[in-house]
Design a protein around this ligand. Structure first.
Ligand code: COA
Length: 175
């Protein structure tokens, strides 16, 4: 895709990831996450075979961002877990991540989830700020560290019982 700056306030549409989107989404995630750098084919394989749910944000049918999710039970409570989300650098601050979170909230609601949660590195202030803007709050700080060399990981949650105002698209979602 072109890396020309986007016009301000473009119309952002979200839809389920399709097979044709896999290469662009793999390259997006490889550029966004250092751990995947130079592993586009591995990322493509992972998207095809391991990702449970995926949604893309588009402008003029060009993919500008993507989000992977899974549905999980924590005790007796059902949750939507956001595994990964990324937006191309030249398309940031246009609302793409917010649209993806909005779409996810619609899915979570339709599946009867109580809340949405995600894990984020505490140094990732851009992402944390975006999640806070979209109704997420920090639930656990520094208690989850999958590998000891990892910086602290924060768990953030969005309670779906109080999100209808924050996610205006929630009631008009069509999957
Ligand atoms: C985090 C990320 C997905 C945000 O995507 P985005 O589409 O730019 O986010 P949005 O445009 O929906 O942002 C909504 C709000 O979040 C906050 N926000 C987002 N990015 C921000 C930044 N760089 N600095 C400060 N606030 C920010 C702002 O409040 C923003 O609203 P505003 O632009 O009206 O001020 C994007 O920065 C990204 O892809 N980062 C690299 C990958 C990554 O870290 N993913 C998260 C892993 S847990």
């Amino acid at each position: 895709m072109s890396s020309m700056p986007m016009a301000q306030s473009p119309e952002i549409l979200c839809r389920v990831l399709e097979h044709k989107d896999v290469p662009i989404v793999a390259s997006l995630f490889c550029s966004a996450f250092v751990s995947l750098e130079n592993e586009v084919s591995r990322a493509e394989e992972r998207i095809e075979n391991e990702v449970s749910g995926a949604v893309v944000a588009t402008v003029d049918d060009q993919v500008i961002g993507a989000l992977f999710f899974d549905l999980k039970f924590e005790g007796y409570r059902k949750a939507l877990y956001i595994e990964q989300v990324a937006v191309f650098p030249h398309c940031r601050r246009l609302g793409a991540c917010s649209s993806l979170l909005d779409w996810s909230a619609g899915v979570a609601s339709q599946f009867g989830c109580h809340y949405i949660f995600l894990l984020v590195r505490n140094e990732n202030v851009d992402a944390i700020s975006c999640y806070e803007r979209n109704g997420f709050v920090v639930r656990d700080s520094g208690v989850i560290a999958p590998r000891s060399e990892d910086p602290k990981i924060i768990r953030m949650e969005c309670d779906l019982t109080s999100t209808r105002q924050l996610f205006p698209g929630l009631l008009r979602q069509k999957l």
